[in-house]
Design a protein around this ligand. Sequence first.
Ligand SMILES: Cc1cc2nc3c(=O)[nH]c(=O)nc-3n(C[C@H](O)[C@H](O)[C@H](O)COP(=O)(O)OP(=O)(O)OC[C@H]3O[C@@H](n4cnc5c(N)ncnc54)[C@H](O)[C@@H]3O)c2cc1C
Length: 250
Amino acid sequence: MTEEQKAGSETGEAIRKRPTLGAHIERLWDHNADTRSLFLRLPHGARIAFLPGQFISVVIPLPGEKRVRPYSIASDPETPELLEICFNRVPSGSGAAWLFERRAGDELEFTGPFGMFTLERPPGDESVFLAASTAIAPIRPMVRRALASPNAQRLTLLYAAPDSEHLLYHAELERMAGESSGRLHFETFTTGAADPMGLLCDEARRRWVDGTGTRSRHFYICGVGSQVIALRSLLRGAGYERGAVHYEKW
Ligand SMILES: Cc1cc2nc3c(=O)[nH]c(=O)nc-3n(C[C@H](O)[C@H](O)[C@H](O)COP(=O)(O)OP(=O)(O)OC[C@H]3O[C@@H](n4cnc5c(N)ncnc54)[C@H](O)[C@@H]3O)c2cc1C
């Protein structure tokens, strides 16, 4: 999906003309040895409006290269004065490595928000959220928004990671499920060396392809790599409407 498609009806030219914003890194939080959140505050009380699931494009000035990488906004639109992004180290990923070198008090430049992988209001049908490791970042505000809506149908969140340390926001998500009067069903999986997205594909096939004839659910899928596309194709191929299978591949 192109940047233009992601930003909806905006033209590519309008997107390029979006102003670059500067934010102050107010604090950072290490979820584990290789996953970190940065909390970004815009100057002079400025705030940006965004939808749950959207991302910002962070300017990463590497030697000899001005790199731009998207990072999902992990915090809620209801608290726009402090944006949270959450990221992990990537093998040979010099953009992510640069972000890990930032310290509280540093400035960060970005444009945005962008993205069509959003949940503004929950659909009238059941919503199923499937997230792997750090890719819980855009799903977290989506689930919160869906839970805050009085007319949300059943919500299911399956969250997979190699080990329990990489199940981010675990206690918070469990609390949300516990306080949801049964509206949010939350399950976690640890996969060891196996790909968490592979496990989510298997679970989706078992539960919502082979296990039922109903095709009225909406899916929100986020993770790294080709298994995200495989899962999207599996669900659409099984008869779910194209527009009901929302996904973002990192
Ligand atoms: C819409 C969108 C939103 C994103 N939001 C986030 C986010 O919230 N947090 C985040 O950590 N990353 C996110 N990413 C990925 C991020 O933009 C970068 O690609 C990543 O940080 C690696 O950048 P790099 O320049 O270090 O390495 P690159 O050289 O650009 O990437 C090297 C490889 O790493 C893979 N990769 C990308 N992201 C990850 C990851 N998180 N873990 C392991 N491998 C990865 C890529 O598929 C690529 O093949 C997002 C990507 C997209 C498209």
